[in-house]
Design a protein. Structure first.
Length: 189
């Protein structure tokens, strides 16, 4: 396999991203309409609620991804990020979504998931799609890439390197600000 080992590889659900973009565009149009026509405290509450729905679409559908980097595996879940050193990964598998096993944890990665239709077809023994178009084969490809990176970089990391978990601060701050603005506007109405 000919790959550029020093570049990051990012894997995510394209269908989820498309759905999120559609929701975010509709939400942005709603906020623009409210800003142009409905400049009251009720309009501000409505705009904040739409903003929270758009943020939920971003966090739930657009944000989750798995990024393979030379230094570690970055798992972006809905509200937290996990940077996992390659030498800490013990196993990788796919049930409904990608799971990364370490010595003491199992991290779920919703950025790589199986389509239920493909799971049902496999159970029934029908595979009408080409193998490359199947969500299972795409997920297996990601598992193979993670195994490849684990074998390539697993011995280069520091023995005392730990899994670093951080919260999605910008998203949480935006949600808090929108909720406080909506609450204050509702109380002042």
């Amino acid at each position: 396999m000919n790959s550029k080992s020093l570049e990051n590889e990012q894997y995510l659900s394209q269908s989820n991203r498309i759905t999120a973009v559609v929701v975010m565009v509709i939400g942005a149009l709603g906020v623009i309409d409210i800003a142009a026509e409905w400049r009251t405290l009720g309009g501000l509450v409505s705009a904040c609620v739409i903003g929270l729905v758009v943020l939920a679409a971003y966090v739930g559908l657009f944000r989750p991804s798995v990024t393979l980097r030379p230094e570690n595996l970055l798992i972006r879940n809905h509200l937290r990020d996990h940077a996992v050193p390659w030498n800490k990964i013990t196993d990788v598998d796919v049930t409904d979504i990608l799971r990364v096993h370490t010595e003491d944890r199992r991290l779920r990665c919703p950025g790589v998931q199986l389509v239920m239709r493909d799971i049902r077809k496999q159970r029934a023994g029908r595979t009408s799609k080409l193998k490359s178009e199947n969500s299972m084969s795409r997920a297996e490809f990601v598992v193979d890439r993670i195994d490849y990176h684990k074998n390539m970089y697993g011995g280069t990391g520091s023995a005392d390197a730990e899994i670093v978990t951080t919260w999605a601060r910008p998203e949480l701050i935006i949600a808090a600000v929108l909720a406080v603005i909506a609450l204050v506007a509702q109380l002042l109405r």
